[in-house]
Ligand binder design. Sequence first.
Ligand code: SAH
Length: 268
Amino acid sequence: MTGDPEPRSTGWLAVVGLGPGNPDWLLPEARDVLSQATDLVGYQTYLDMLPAELRISPRLHGSDNGAELGRARHALSLASAGRRVAVVSSGDPGVFAMASAVFEAQSATEAPAEWQSIDIRVVPGVTAALATAARVGAPLGHDWCCISLSDNLKPWSIVERRLVGALDADFVLALYNPVSRHRPTRLAEAFALIRARRAASTPIVLGRDVGRPGERVQVVPLSDVDLDQCDMRTIIIVGSSTTRFGRGGQNGQRVFTPRWYPNVGAER
Ligand code: SAH
């Protein structure tokens, strides 16, 4: 390749959240860091999402999905060689994404000594749960939690334990990584746990490609959820016992969780 900037003596490494995909949801800090980087490292699909002006000068290191640790090591090697490296994630880099992978790679026992002095900077982004919630109203207006349904890196028994714990504690749930080719039955298993612990009228939000071309956001009661509508580009928000349908909105699709909880006054 020609035209690459010369390596600098003081490299750095930033893990940068791109938001869901819409350039309006890319924070100014992220834009700054990306424009100063000599090298952008990430899943090719996310590199393709970047605004054109940020994709021109730096060297792009696209890779397949998965392979996070290899990508993190590659980024650390580049930074220790003096490059200014931005590792990109969609949404927030700390939510089921590259930030942890980079710290894991730096802390591994076999990690080279020269990686240890790299000061990793994390630049936040709008995570899919917040973007999707904003589209429909305020479903995350009270206590809520994020659970990844992927059992690539944790056993399914842990996913089940967390689902049951969060459902029994009456959290609103934001479910990431709902389904993949390798585990076609897991989402149905998760919904069996949900149906046993939530009323049939509980509002469910399905957000697919939120903030990207072809965005589709649906709001339905639990009884009407069609799991075939969900894929890896979908996030699912499951209401708590207090989450309700609201008025207005696009196609009347409004959902909110009130700030108060029943019986609070009575318990005081
Ligand atoms: N770091 C990302 C999450 C990565 S895990 C973030 O903070 O958003 C990947 C999962 O995130 C997907 O399987 C999907 O459940 C969810 N997701 C990410 N971007 C999305 C989008 N634009 N629309 C809907 N869901 C999305």
